[in-house]
Design a binder for this molecule. Sequence first.
Ligand SMILES: Cc1cc2nc3c(=O)[nH]c(=O)nc-3n(C[C@H](O)[C@H](O)[C@H](O)COP(=O)(O)O)c2cc1C
Length: 176
Amino acid sequence: MDVFEAIEARRSIRAYRSDPVPNEKIRKVLEAGRQAPSAVNRQPWHFIVVQDRGNLEKLSHGRFAGFLREAPLVIVGCGDRKASERWYLIDVSIAMQQMVLAATAEGLGTCWVGSFDERKVMELLDIPERFTVVAMIAMGYPRNGIDLVSKLARSRRRKALEEITSSERFGTPLDL
Ligand SMILES: Cc1cc2nc3c(=O)[nH]c(=O)nc-3n(C[C@H](O)[C@H](O)[C@H](O)COP(=O)(O)O)c2cc1C
């Protein structure tokens, strides 16, 4: 799967099979994050892989995070404010989206999760105070035989390119 195929195939998956994700795949996904660019190469990130059922249950209490209860794993992305106060949010986000695309290429479903109580997550996972919990990514094999490259995966509603782009100045239509 090349990068465009992974971008097209990716969609948010919220129902997973119970099979664990092999360590080799977890490592590949984390490696994709590790290779991400970051401002001044500060790499202001730390990623916590959560597979313990008790912890996953506790992470599942956010408003839109109930499905984490049945996810085989969650990666919690933490940003080090001391290392890069201005850019940690962007840097961690880039790394996490690289992980999402790598996971897709490995046949895994993912879903970004922003619904969590940061204090509770910090306490649960012993995260040091200089870190901010940026986001979480749920990951696992899609349930119900969802084929990541199926038509369904590609029928996502998005704003038209014309609506979100300009040429030279904001609002001047881009003619490509
Ligand atoms: C920063 C961020 C936070 C998100 N938080 C949640 C969440 O808490 N729960 C959830 O079910 N989906 C969450 N999503 C997934 C979005 O709902 C989803 O990406 C969007 O509806 C587009 O659908 P698609 O990913 O299938 O293309 C989040 C996505 C992003 C990028």
